[in-house]
Every structure is written in structure tokens, then in C-alpha cells.
Design a protein. Structure first.
Length: 103
């Protein structure tokens, strides 16, 4: 794990209860804002490779737009069929006007 924080988005572009697709280096990442806190996971669903940024946030879960599999956003855990493989989770923080990730 790197100690370096990488700026990946402007904080104003990530709405409360919403998602935002961005990049951390060459990796496609999905950002989430839940109750004012920023989270980040890989963007591709582990079941069908759909973009989770196009999914549906309900509470602290993201529903894949293709097959309705569910993941727990803070931990990346697969919690709803057909998804069984967890998401990669990134350490995320908001600093000033930016969202930063630590890969």
C-alpha cells in the first residue's frame, strides 16, 4: 500500500448519496458520498463488469445496474446474488476541494 494520497476528483462533483466514476492512475474507480463521508471502490462489478457508477445507491449498498447484485460500499463485501466476489476498496478522504485516494 502506498503512503501517497492521489487527487482523483473535485469534491463538489460527488453528490450526497450519489456516485462518480473517476480514475486512480489507470484504475477505474467509483466514488460514493454517504452521510457526508467519501468512499471508493473499483468501478467494475465483479460479476458482470458493469460500471457501478451507473448503479443504484440504497443506504450503504450499491446495486449493480446489470444483474442487481449488491455490495456493501464501506467494505466492498459482496452481499447480494449473483455477486460473490468482493470489490477492491480504496482509502478515501476529502481535503479542501478535492477527493483523494490512497491506492
Amino acid at each position: 500500500m502506498s503512503n501517497e494520497w492521489i487527487p482523483v476528483a473535485m469534491a463538489r462533483d460527488l453528490p450526497e448519496g450519489g456516485t462518480l466514476q473517476t480514475f486512480c492512475g489507470e484504475e477505474v474507480v467509483c466514488l460514493y458520498r454517504l452521510q457526508g463521508r467519501v468512499y471508493a471502490t473499483q468501478d467494475a462489478c465483479t460479476h458482470g463488469a458493469a460500471s457501478l457508477a451507473e448503479g443504484y445507491v440504497e443506504g450503504d449498498l450499491i446495486e449493480c445496474p446489470f444483474h442487481q447484485g449488491l455490495f456493501h460500499i464501506p467494505t466492498g463485501k459482496a452481499v447480494g446474488a449473483p455477486c460473490t466476489i468482493d470489490l477492491r476498496v480504496y482509502e478515501a478522504k476529502e481535503e479542501g476541494d478535492e477527493v483523494l485516494l490512497r491506492p
